[in-house]
Design a protein around this ligand. Sequence first.
Ligand SMILES: *Cc1c(COP(=O)(O)O)cnc(C)c1O
Length: 342
Amino acid sequence: MKYIDFRSDTVTQPTEEMRRAMYEAPVGDDVYQDDPTMTKLEELAAEITGKEAALFVTSGTMGNQISIMCHTKMGDEIILSQSCHIVQYEVGAAARLSGVNYAIVNNPNHRITKKDILSKVRGKDIHHPPTSLVCIENSLGADGTVLTLEEMKEIYEVAKENNLAVHLDGARIFNAATYLNVDVKEIAKYADSVTFCLSKGLSSPVGSILCGSEEFINKARKMRKVLGGGMRQAGVLAACGIISLEKMSKRLKEDHDNARYMAEKLNEMEGFYVNANNLQTNLVFCKIDRLGFNPETFKSRLLEKGIKIGGYDDSKQIRFATHNDIKKDDIDYVIKSIQEIL
Ligand SMILES: *Cc1c(COP(=O)(O)O)cnc(C)c1O
């Protein structure tokens, strides 16, 4: 059975062009920094984010964790949002790998403001751990919304006034840039380090990129080795990453348009509610609490029709992620299937 897979943009298949590029890529030993394709990808990523240097890592999680390892020392405290990926989906790695304490901000809109940072930063009192880092996301994984440049700037400025580094988990920074209609570097300039995923909407099979100053990336390269992430002929992966940056990053508006189309269609049906004000990128969060369906039941009924969706049991919310392998026809098919189920 051919599935239409809305669970995440991570399910994207590498394109034909990527498969060819993998086959043809000149490669070398990247631990010796001898892989020309990898070097090309890292230079391109640094240029696009406006940073001095970049490092290919196996996943967004590895990029975030290396960044925390580089920005902090054991016993520090880091400020971050309750709903963020680092808190929710990284197996508590920052406690294990960096030995840091979390100062958690818990706003309903998942954002961290100047006021939050000022209330959380500490270190002068003998009882308190020193704060060294603020971690933010753009776009936000929790609801797919985008922080404005003004929000980013305010966070960055107050962090600098308080001697804090800023790490941006930009897993979907290209979606954020597409929504804001700005270059990625306009967002990245309000952070000392930034990670983004090649393996989500940008369709690469594997990998993320960590960017920052030359000094930061030299340290990060060493930390990647600590984690066993030194890779050899990784140019076969970098070849896909180059296509992600040069080509796939330019088609994300199509995913955003498809997400809007999907939301409109869902909102036309009784019992489905998508908050259109929060629909800024490719993640469609849909409430079905008035439907009388348990999300798990609903998901399994859709699966019988060849449709996979994501969702969260506790919030009675389902999630559809649009991406390169979802076309408008697929959305029509899903809507028709939902009507049949109802
Ligand atoms: C996907 C994602 C990551 C990284 O995920 P990996 O599966 O480790 O690549 C990090 N942060 C956010 C906000 C994400 O959505």
